[in-house]
Design a protein around this ligand. Structure first.
Ligand code: NAD
Length: 517
């Protein structure tokens, strides 16, 4: 079907979200400014310019920081449950605007409309989680070794949290950070990806309305826009105690060093190289669904996308044939059309990386079993639609060791026990998501044991892709070690303080030390 923005209601969605032809890219809430250079947001769906955004200049950034640091002084004094009430209202506004925002996510980023709606649902879910959490920011109490003393720990807000996000989750990652940071009493400055700035503008408008409705100061939610140079303003800024950065390992290494150089904290959510192990006891039907959705969903552009299938030799041909068959059913096309399974990749650079991976795997001795290629013709004018491809490869290939952010799946065999499959799975520098398909309890438990998967996420009979907000999300090794979202991930957004109170008339010293005057 020919792609037109009118047939999918994009104009209406943009209007509902307040997106104009040219948008100021810097905001402290109600206040929008910046006269920096304009840049365009292109849709990978049809290659059209959706709208323009102005870049944040150094002067704009200073205004943002003044506003944020002053808002923090007021915001931190609000009781946490009251901050939770603001997040509740924000979640309700997201419920109201779920469809237009989901549509914008789909049109600007290229994921399917269903996935766009799913991403907004994740924002709503984290708001609900944060509201409950706003009454549970618990510290511990402990017994003092000194008589008549009480000792406990409490958590205080950190200050300004800087958020740098990637293009592939253009709204949810911000919400994971802000919903928690806000209930913790922090204020947030967000730099969205330069590939999806309109999603940033739409979200900031939603947050700004809630802050204004509640007469809260400018600066609790701030937005800056532009490329890495704008991100660097924050990473080098001592006024920002925590940088939460989501993106490539290359970016994470630069950000981590800049932040560590000023002894700030960083929360890093970087690339993955996720594998599914398929054992002799796997359910083939479940394996195929998990593997295909994991490899081609979001056109292979999830940090948790399945990149490698590690299959026991006894099952190899059966699984290979079933997956190859499933690939034949895939419909590639406009992601706003719910009949399609696979939409475009983000831009022409992503297409080049995809082509490079397919060329390189053959050069290294791999064998393509599902051919790739770039689609042309009606409906594919953006030049960003590629065919999901599969190659038989070795784990040691250089290209297999790298994350290619595109729908390329590598298949490989293992023999012997599950520990041999784990050698392969863990034999990469990344450590985000992992999965095993098995009905064998011993294999499943070994996979989950301390000798098992070395990833932040380890699933049994579920693919690698996607996660619920209730659990802590993140990965080990070069994935960066950060944890976001559920569980006790909130603690990174706060500083811990140990308090000891003496309610006697004596001043005993710890460790029995005597100091008589
Ligand atoms: P990217 O690294 O190119 O950019 C991410 C963000 O970092 C952008 O906002 C960019 O402007 C900014 N940036 C880049 N260099 C910077 C620098 N030197 N200083 C400050 N900011 C800088 O990543 P991308 O292409 O947008 O996203 C894809 C990558 O993100 C993949 O590797 C994917 O696995 C990863 N990702 C990880 C997670 C996770 O939770 N682990 C989630 C989503 C995406």
């Amino acid at each position: 079907m020919q792609v037109t923005t009118t047939s999918f209601g994009i104009e209406e969605a943009l209007e509902q979200l307040g997106i104009k032809e040219v948008n100021k890219g810097t905001s402290t809430g109600k206040n929008w400014f910046s006269e920096g250079e304009e840049f365009s947001s292109y849709s990978p769906v049809d290659g059209q310019v959706i709208a323009k955004v102005t870049t944040t200049s150094k002067e704009d950034y200073e205004k943002v920081m003044e506003s944020a640091t002053s808002a923090f002084k007021e915001w931190r004094m609000k009781p946490a449950p009251l901050r939770g009430e603001i997040v509740r209202q924000f979640g309700d506004e997201l419920r109201r605007l779920k469809e237009p925002l989901g549509k914008l996510v789909s049109y600007e980023m290229g994921k399917s409309y269903q996935e766009g709606l799913g991403e907004v649902q994740e924002m709503i879910d984290i708001c609900d989680f944060a509201v409950g959490l706003s009454r549970q920011l618990h510290g511990l109490t402990m017994h003092s070794e000194r008589p008549g003393h009480r000792m406990y720990e409490q958590y205080h807000p950190l200050g300004v949290v800087g958020i740098i996000s990637a293009f592939n989750f253009p709204v949810a990652v911000w919400a994971w950070n802000t919903a928690l940071a806000w209930i913790c009493g922090d204020v947030c400055v967000w730099k969205p990806s330069e590939k999806t700035p309109l999603c940033g503008i739409a979200c900031q408008k939603i947050a700004a309305k809630i802050m204004a409705d509640n007469n809260l100061p400018e600066g609790i939610s701030c937005l800056i826009n532009g490329d890495y140079k704008v991100g660097e303003m924050m990473t080098n800024d001592k006024r920002v105690p925590l940088i939460s950065a989501t993106g490539s390992i290359r970016m994470g290494k630069i950000v981590a060093q800049a932040v560590a150089g000023r002894l700030g904290k960083s929360l890093l959510e970087l690339g993955g190289n996720n594998a599914i192990i398929v054992t002799p006891d796997a359910d083939i039907k479940m394996t195929v669904i998990g593997a295909v959705f994991g490899a081609v969903g979001t056109a292979g552009q999830r940090c948790t996308s399945t990149r490698r299938l590690i299959i026991h030799e006894s099952m190899y041909d059966k699984v290979k044939d079933a997956v190859v068959d499933a690939y034949k059913q895939l419909r590639i096309g406009n992601p706003l059309d719910e009949n399609n399974h696979v939409g475009p990749v983000i831009d022409k650079d992503a297409v080049k990386n995809y082509q490079h991976a397919l060329k390189k795997v053959v050069e290294e001795g791999g064998n393509i079993i599902v051919e790739g290629g770039v689609l042309e013709g009606e409906g594919f004018e953006s030049g960003c639609y590629v065919k999901p491809a599969i190659a038989e490869a070795k784990n040691s290939f250089e290209i297999v060791q790298h994350e290619t952010f595109a729908p390329v799946l590598y298949m490989m065999k293992y023999s012997g026990g599950v520990e041999n499959a784990l050698e392969l799975q863990n034999g990469v520098v990344q450590g985000l998501s992992s999965a095993i398909m098995t009905n064998n309890l011993r294999e499943a438990e070994h996979f989950l044991s301390q000798a098992g998967s070395d990833c932040g996420i380890a699933n049994v009979n579920i693919g690698t892709s996607g996660a619920e907000i209730g659990g802590a999300f993140g990965g080990e090794k070069e994935t960066g070690g950060g944890r976001e979202s559920g569980s006790d991930a909130w603690k990174i957004y706060m500083r811990r303080q140990t308090n000891t109170i003496n309610y006697t008339t004596e001043l005993p010293l710890a460790q029995g030390i005597k100091f008589d005057l």
